[in-house]
Design a protein around this ligand. Sequence first.
Ligand code: PLP
Length: 356
Amino acid sequence: MVHAPVRAPAGAPKLRINLYSDTQTRPTPAMKDAMMRAEVGDEQHGDDPTVDALCARMAALTGKEAAMFLPSGTMCNVIAILTHCRKGDEVVAHETSHILHNEGGAHAALTGVQILPLVGPRGMFSAEAVRAAIRPRNRYAPPQRLLEVEQTANIGGGAVWPLAQLNAVAAVAREAGWATHMDGARLMNACVAAAIAPADMVAAYDSVWLDFTKGLGAPLGAVLCGSAAFIDEAWRWKQRLGGSMRQAGICAAACLHALDHHVARLADDHANAQALAGALARLPGVRVETPETNLVFFDIADTGVAEASLLARLRARGVALSALGGRMRACTHLDVTRAMVDEAAALIAEALAAGP
Ligand SMILES: *Cc1c(COP(=O)(O)O)cnc(C)c1O
């Protein structure tokens, strides 16, 4: 759903305030130092000490037995689904989920599962909705194998599933005999916002992964966690898909650095998102969804200014946002300060005041 990447139109000034995505952070000097100092080995052989340290740390953090380092979150979802499911199985997930819309059709092309989309506000659904989705086990119905949730729900507005609701939907899945998987691309945002420890947040889920490139500031990397047997099986898919790496400790060091230095500060991103939402809510015709984490979604349909015009006017002033199917999205992250947020709000006000 994310629009074209931020490409500067001819003559546009340098991008100064990047609210396009929390994936666009640059590694800090301290992170680069940690990468350069990393002890490395052969990840594929299981003897890269820095990757091992990251996996042990992530397993402990999520309360799972084992973990696996992968290049991206998409590969975590694909491998988790390949491991939990067989071709023709059904995965139950929200209608706005990343697996349905943003993985290039990977689940048709590679995993062979079908996805049953559930509805519900802010990217979440109820235990009743899951119960209503349970199919009879007979030769006509696709075998249902997996429940998938996103914490935070991206297109849901960066919303945080309340722990009780996460546990309730997982309990229905378990009763139905399904496995449970959490797309935790922004899990740490949820944990910081709700002040809940990651292991408690994910306790009801068989598998979970965290992205280190979403506001945590690493150049690449995601870690998939689950039982020892699950990760063992997942390794076969990692190998098959070409996700096994070599001296990957250089990248794992960036992730370890992020865990040490970039988690608690996510609260600043959330405060900046609140500040931006507050400023936007005062503009005539702008409808803002109250942010729970670092994503600020707003609707400018009533301002008379087209989304493309707003994007272009802001880009001409060195500011990038994104437009996702009728909603604008501004994303706060490591490289966005409070002063930048205040300036962006003022520039958005100016761009909208200029009229159609
Ligand atoms: C970004 C994202 C992914 C995919 O992660 P990549 O590292 O970009 O492959 C999956 N799910 C959600 C909710 C995301 O926001």
